[in-house]
Each structure stands twice: as structure tokens, then as C-alpha cells.
Design a protein around this ligand. Structure first.
Ligand code: FAD
Length: 471
């Protein structure tokens, strides 16, 4: 005797994709139901992803800057870290945002149901309530948007049940600062958490299967990052963990590969950051015609439609890049298509940022992609050692701006930055790519002086050959 609810649109999952889609549906006049298993809205991003990690990175940044200013004549003492205070700061930021989302849902009269949704057929899901165990609601819908996201990948050989083996959610709890921390994986999430814990006082090893961190990211950019961090982290490239054995005195880890230590190492905690797995295999999709692969990814077209025309999917669950802003835009497209608009998800670029120290930010094509696509391209790079602002801010050794132009048309096809605030500087490059700007557009734009974003204008001038005397 389940309760019954009917909506024109059902959205499953209240992450950035799901809440954006639900709000857009409601704004377009559609009667919308949003099902989320957790008590707060916001999904991974707001609760255990983008936002708490950035709050902790902010704390780490202040510690970092205080240490750095010493050679500019100011000395602070050793930081006194009140870990519960740090955790409370982070939780406060998350709370403000998730409460804001609840208010926004209420304002739009989105019917939020707390529970786990499972399809029983192509027009019905059953929700097992998580706020009231044993209670069920049957939701029928005309259209559905699946935005059920992803979770940290688990590996068979890793004893995940040991509390000292962390995923990113555990790391974000900041309950303790392990003396020795092993970070498995050189992707964005692992490196951001490594940045936080290094500043909080951990000694950190980062084990990376390949020859560089952030696989697929521009080599020149990654080189600057790695050089800036080689004294802070012990990077073990081309190396893998072979065995992870929890013992009372610590986690024993054996390694193999080019930079494997001869002896097993003991860690106080191990952060597993080796990718994310989509939640597509536990939604009852076998009761529908929706196509889902064996990893759990759902396939969609450019209107975010699955193989079942009235069921859509967006966000992490449809594939890479697993980023909040991609999910948001896809959510808007799905909602608008349901409302009858003829729109498509066809971005010219999806920006990607690692909020590490220094930050790494990329948009559009990488040099390798341009080469593979057979484009006659030219690279223009500006080292920040030639930037007055970077010098004044003491970040000149750890920054570089790199733009890639089509040599025939002069059009900008990609950009990458490493350095202080690279993520903020990327905005101009994203807009330029979306607007099909060429080197003339960028070069003729007056960039304020002295700024770090001047470096973007400089790259256009380098492309034109008007700057040739860089260090
Ligand atoms: P999610 O945010 O995963 O939300 C899916 C929601 O669906 C969840 O709330 C889940 O509880 C719910 N759900 C799942 N199954 C069901 C079900 N059956 N019934 C009901 N509810 C269900 N991205 C960025 O762009 N920038 C960053 O800085 C960034 N930092 C990150 C840091 C960390 C530590 C992590 C882990 C991720 C980070 N990401 C970042 C990635 C970002 O969080 C995701 O790309 C984004 O949250 C995906 O949004 P989504 O809407 O697809 O799914």
C-alpha cells in the first residue's frame, strides 16, 4: 500500500545535474518530482565533492601563503591547527548551500521525496523512503531525467572496510591528520586532497601508474605543476601498489614498478582516488529499454535522450568528463527538450580545473588532440616569469599560459594554464573558445595591467610574432 504521486517530470538524484534540471523544469511550468536518497540536496558536488574540498583548500592556501611570505620579510609562527574548527568551517559552507537549494526547490514547488528510486517499468519508479524506513511511494511520470551520479570506485584487492583506507568522502571529514598518507592515483581528486593534507601536516606519497599526474593533461603544464610540488610530495611515477595489508601499527603497502621502494612502506592512512563508478547498475533499468553498459554508464544522444524517448540521463552517469558544470548544462538541455524546445548539448569546450597549488586549468583542445585531429596548429606559451604581476605576487616560477591556435584561420582552439588562480583565469579562454575568437580578437582586447590574465593577451601577441624576446 505505497503512496502514489504523479508528476509530468520525475528527476532521480539531486546533484548539480538533477537539481538544475528539476528547477529548470519547474521554471518552464512542468509539474516536477525530485527524488534524492540523502537528506540534503546538492549531490556529491555540494555535500562531499566540489564545495567541501574547496573550503579545505582555502584553509590550506592560507597556511601556504603564510609560510611563503617569510622571504618577503614577514614571519608568522607555526600554524596551530584546530581540526574540529576546520571541519566546522567546511560543514558550515556546505550547510549554507544545501539549505539554499532546499529553499529554491520549495519556492518552485518542486515535490522533493527522500528515498531510493528504482524503475519498475518505463513510466513508474518505486521509492523506498530513507527518512521513514519501510515507507514506499510509487511515482508515475510522463518524462524522467536520470541524474543518479557516481561514487568512488572500489578495487577488489583493496581492504576498503578498514577505516584507515579512505575514499574522498572520508578524506573530506578531516577527523585526523595522518602522519604518513599514501594517495593512490594522480588525478584531480587525489591531488586536491593531497594538497590539503600536506598543508595540514601529513607526509605524503603519491603513487601514479603512468609517467605523469593528471593523465591526458598538457605535458608542459603538468611539468610546471610537478616541479612546484616535487619537494612537497613524494611522487612515485610508473609505479603501482601490489599489496595493501592492514596491520595494527599501520597499513603495509607493497609496490611494484619503476619507482617502487624496495621495502614495503607503512602508512597511517591510504586515500584511494582511482576514479569514479557511475550509479547506473542499481536503478532497475533492466525493467526499461534504457541502455546501460556493464560499468553503469547510460548512453544518450545530444538531447540527453536515452534509447527510451521520454527517459533522459545527464551528469556523471552518462560519462566523462565527470564535472558539475557539465551536469548542470546537460540538465538544462534535458529540461528544455521535455518542455518542447529544440535544443542540443553541443558545447565547444568543457573547462576542467584542478584546484591544486598551483592550479591547472584547461579548455578546448589539447596540443595532442590538435595533432591527432590533423590541425595545422601553432602553440603560443607565456611563462609567468615574464609577468610583473606574477613576480610581485611571488608566483612567477610556478605559472604558464599556453594557447593553441589554428595556423590557417588564426582561431583559438584550446588553452591551458598552470599557476595562481589559473581556474579563474580560464574564464576568458572558455568564452573565447565558445565565441570562436581568433588571435586578433584576443590580442586587440585591452587586458588590464598588471594582471595575470594579461598573459592570455600576450599569447595572442606571441602568435602574431610581435613578442619574441621572452625568457
Ligand atoms: P551527483 O552529484 O553524483 O548526484 C547524484 C545524486 O543522485 C546523489 O545525491 C545520489 O544520492 C542520488 N542518487 C543516486 N541513486 C539514487 C537513487 N536510486 N534514488 C535516489 N537518489 C539517488 N566537479 C567539478 O566540476 N568541480 C570540482 O571542483 C569538483 N570537485 C570534486 C571533488 C570531489 C572530492 C569529488 C568526489 C567530486 C568532485 N567533482 C567536481 C565532481 C562533481 O562532484 C560531479 O561531477 C557532480 O557532482 C556530478 O553531478 P551529478 O548531478 O551527475 O551527480
Amino acid at each position: 500500500n505505497a503512496k502514489e504521486v504523479k508528476g509530468q517530470v520525475l528527476v532521480i538524484g539531486a546533484g548539480p545535474g538533477g537539481y538544475s534540471a528539476a528547477f529548470r523544469c519547474a521554471d518552464l511550468g512542468l509539474d516536477t518530482v525530485l527524488v534524492e536518497r540523502h537528506p540534503t540536496l546538492g549531490g556529491v558536488c555540494l555535500n562531499v565533492g566540489c564545495i567541501p574540498s574547496k573550503a579545505l583548500l582555502h584553509v590550506a592556501k592560507v597556511i601556504d601563503e603564510a609560510a611563503h611570505i617569510e622571504h618577503a620579510g614577514v614571519k608568522f609562527g607555526k600554524p596551530e591547527i584546530d581540526l574540529p574548527g576546520v571541519a566546522a568551517y567546511k560543514s558550515g559552507v556546505v550547510k549554507k548551500l544545501t539549505e539554499g537549494l532546499s529553499a529554491m526547490a520549495k519556492m518552485r514547488k518542486v515535490n522533493v521525496i527522500q528515498g531510493v528510486a528504482k524503475f519498475v517499468d518505463e513510466h513508474t519508479v518505486v521509492v523506498e523512503h530513507t527518512d521513514n524506513a519501510g515507507e514506499q511511494t510509487k511515482v508515475t511520470f510522463d518524462s524522467c531525467i536520470i541524474a543518479a551520479g557516481s561514487q568512488s570506485s572500489k578495487m577488489g584487492f583493496i581492504p576498503h572496510e578498514d577505516p584507515r583506507i579512505w575514499d574522498s568522502t572520508n578524506a573530506l571529514e578531516v577527523k585526523e591528520v595522518p602522519k604518513r598518507l599514501l594517495v593512490m592515483g594522480g588525478g584531480i581528486i587525489g591531488l586536491e586532497m593531497a594538497t590539503v593534507y600536506q598543508r595540514l601536516g601529513s607526509q605524503i606519497d603519491v603513487v601514479v601508474r603512468g609517467p605523469q599526474v593528471m593523465t591526458g593533461t598538457d605535458k608542459d603544464i603538468v611539468k610546471v605543476y610537478t616541479k612546484a610540488n616535487e619537494k612537497k610530495f613524494n611522487f612515485m611515477f610508473k609505479t603501482q601498489t601490489q599489496a595493501i595489508i592492514p596491520k595494527q601499527e599501520g597499513i603495509y603497502v607493497e609496490f611494484k614498478g619503476d619507482n617502487a621502494p624496495a621495502e614495503p612502506q607503512t602508512y597511517d592512512a591510504v586515500l584511494v582516488a582511482m576514479g569514479r563508478t557511475p550509479n547506473g547498475l542499481n536503478l532497475g533499468l533492466e525493467n526499461t529499454g534504457v541502455e546501460v553498459d556493464d560499468k553503469g554508464f547510460i548512453s544518450v544522444d545530444k538531447q540527453m535522450r536515452t534509447k527510451v524517448p521520454h527517459i533522459f540521463a545527464i551528469g556523471d552517469i552518462i560519462g566523462q568528463p565527470m564535472l558539475a558544470h557539465k551536469a548542470v548544462h546537460e540538465g538544462h538541455v534535458a529540461a528544455e527538450v521535455i518542455a518542447g524546445h529544440k535544443v542540443f548539448f553541443e558545447p565547444k569546450q568543457i573547462p576542467g580545473i584542478a584546484y591544486t597549488f598551483p592550479e591547472i586549468a584547461t579548455a578546448g583542445m589539447s596540443e595532442i588532440e590538435a595533432k591527432e585531429a590533423g590541425i595545422n596548429y601553432e602553440v603560443a606559451s607565456f611563462p609567468w616569469s615574464a609577468s610583473g604581476r606574477a613576480l610581485a605576487s611571488d608566483v612567477s616560477e610556478t605559472g604558464m599560459t599556453k594557447l593553441i591556435f589554428d595556423k590557417d584561420t588564426h582561431q583559438l582552439i584550446g588553452g591551458a594554464l598552470v599557476g595562481e588562480n589559473a581556474g579563474e583565469l580560464l574564464g576568458e579562454i572558455s568564452l573565447a573558445l565558445e565565441m570562436d575568437c581568433d588571435a586578433e580578437d584576443i590580442g586587440l582586447t585591452i587586458h588590464a595591467h598588471p594582471t595575470l590574465h594579461e598573459s592570455v593577451g600576450m599569447c595572442a601577441e606571441i602568435f602574431h610574432g610581435s613578442i619574441t624576446d621572452l625568457p
